[in-house]
Design a protein around this ligand. Structure first.
Ligand code: NAD
Length: 485
């Protein structure tokens, strides 16, 4: 496995200049060229599946099945969708018909923003680097990709493969840690997409503000699960526990904590334990279906949160920092102000908070930042609606976890502290596209619109008023505002 070489800091602005020249050459304006590059990207992934499985095993001890499901299949689906639809997405779009404006042929040109920067994290280093690239290629942008240095085997593999498959005058990888990324952020970009944690997102947004660079932030947070005791318990336990142990809990959309009625806690925990035993019959430590934590530092961080909990550990709890191993851990009777509630866990630890009723659960959710996802397990549509209608989150999912990120046609994105902007499918194309308004106004129209020119007269204004001033329904009677009293 090749080792990861960092890009010399002094080369970084040159790389950007080369991509700017590549972009200005105009070749990305051609949709057939974009499709060819998308196809090349598909074959980059397809030809090297085993090497990707191996690199992810080296970086995260990840079971190959999870790499297939969460990196290879989903990224290839993103490529396929963009390949099939880019011609339609990129086509100039007429504005909706308007009697006042149609004669000027108002339309929207879909133009690439330019040279964009994509910074991605370690937890899904293929999907989270290449899915934004799919959007950038489809939109006709040039892109610098900055993989996470915390997943060095995968970053090194992508660095080796990208120039063999894609046009290096348009798509390049810059490797490194803080100094290299800081240098990248000093440069003006036409868009930055950052996926990772909120602390670094603030650094990225502040750096981008200096150049008025638009930024999309795809972040995380504590995604809660609300349990209705009348849910399909077996399915709920299986899906929640899977969402927590897949990639050893290092999923932005992983269920972070569970809110369960106090009287239902015992039953719910029993169901989780059964699932644990069925997933890991000889124990998780020796299982080849369970990943490791990305670094000793993150293992130590999670260990500290477990050590300081005031809840009761009812399953797991073992941590081996040197091996970056944390056993799937369930903690019950976790108080609201617990260590396990202080930050996104991003590890295989599931705190369970007993609540008095649904209002109590909603209050706890609303006491935290808006999460990336909110999960409800219930068969009762009123129960689900009450949770979704009284909270805010990136996504609102019933009876499922995590996999909605791969659903065709759905945006992936947070709200407030869980992120700004959307990706996946057309949302990724739109992120890197400038919607350039255009029209072409014939001279004869001044026969109708001539009233805009001086000298202004009451008659000409009257004509314009009839054409341009909208009318409204009667004023609301009981709006409660003083003006209506
Ligand atoms: P990370 O440590 O790999 O960092 C992410 C990127 O930020 C890396 O490329 C890194 O080099 C760069 N970086 C680190 N410090 C920096 C600095 N000081 N200045 C500039 N760049 C810097 O990964 P992470 O941030 O720990 O990722 C995990 C987080 O990402 C979690 O919060 C998770 O929820 C979130 N996430 C969100 C999504 C999503 O789609 N919304 C997907 C995956 C992960």
């Amino acid at each position: 496995m090749s080792s990861l070489l960092y890009t010399p800091v002094e080369d970084i602005s040159k790389i950007q200049e080369e991509l700017r020249a590549g972009f200005r050459s105009g070749k990305t304006k051609n949709v057939a060229f974009r499709k060819e590059q998308l196809l090349q990207l598909a074959y980059l992934i397809q030809d090297n599946q085993q090497r990707f499985r191996d690199s992810l095993h080296a970086d995260l001890g990840r079971p190959p099945t999870e790499t297939d499901l969460f990196e290879i299949f989903v990224t290839l689906n993103e490529v396929r969708c963009a390949y099939d639809k880019v011609a339609k997405w990129a086509k100039q779009e007429s504005a909706p018909f308007s009697f006042n404006w149609f004669a000027m042929s108002p339309a929207i040109r879909k133009e690439p923003k330019g040279v964009v920067l994509v910074i991605s994290p370690f937890n899904y280093p293929i999907f989270l680097l290449l899915t934004p690239l799919v959007g950038a290629i489809a939109a006709g942008c040039a892109a610098v990709l900055k993989p996470s240095e915390q997943a060095p085997a995968t970053a090194a593999l992508l660095t080796e493969l990208l120039p063999r498959y894609l046009d290096p005058t348009l798509y390049r990888i810059v490797n490194g840690g803080v100094p290299e990324t800081t240098r990248l952020l000093e440069l003006p970009w036409d868009h930055i997409m950052y996926t990772g944690n909120g602390r670094v997102a603030r650094i990225v947004a502040a750096a981008a503000a200096k150049h008025l660079t638009p930024v999309s932030t795809e972040l995380g947070g504590k995604s809660p699960v609300v349990i209705d005791p009348k849910c399909d318990l077996k399915t709920a336990a299986k899906r929640i526990f899977w969402g927590k142990v897949a990639n050893a809990g290092q999923i932005c959309l992983a269920p972070d904590y569970v809110l369960v009625p106090r009287t239902f806690q015992d039953k719910f925990i029993e169901a989780l334990k059964e699932v644990h035993d069925s997933f890991f019959p000889s124990g998780p430590r020796v299982s080849d279906s369970f990943s490791r934590i990305i670094s000793e530092q993150h293992t130590q961080r999670i260990k500290k949160l477990i050590d300081e909990t005031q809840g009761k550990i009812v399953l797991g709890g073992e941590v081996d920092v040197a091996q970056k191993y944390i056993a799937p851990t369930i903690v019950r009777d976790v108080p609201e102000n617990d260590s396990l509630m202080s930050e996104e866990l991003f590890g295989p630890v599931l705190p369970i908070i007993p609540v008095e009723d649904l209002d109590d659960a909603i209050r706890i959710i609303n006491n935290h930042d808006h999460p990336l996802a909110l999960y409800v397990f219930s068969q009762d549509s009123k129960f689900k609606a009450k949770v979704f209608d009284n909270t805010q989150s990136g996504s609102a999912i019933a009876n499922e976890v995590v996999i909605h990120a791969g659903a065709d046609g759905l945006p992936v994105g947070g709200v407030g502290p869980s992120g700004t902007g959307y990706y996946s499918g057309k949302y990724g194309f739109d992120m890197f596209t400038h919607f350039r308004a255009t029209m072409d106004s014939p001279g004869w129209l001044d026969w109708v619109l001539g009233g805009r020119y001086p000298p202004y007269t009451a008659d000409s204004l009257n004509v314009m008023r009839k054409m341009l001033l909208p009318s409204f329904p009667a004023r609301p009677k009981n709006s409660g505002n003083p003006i209506n009293a």
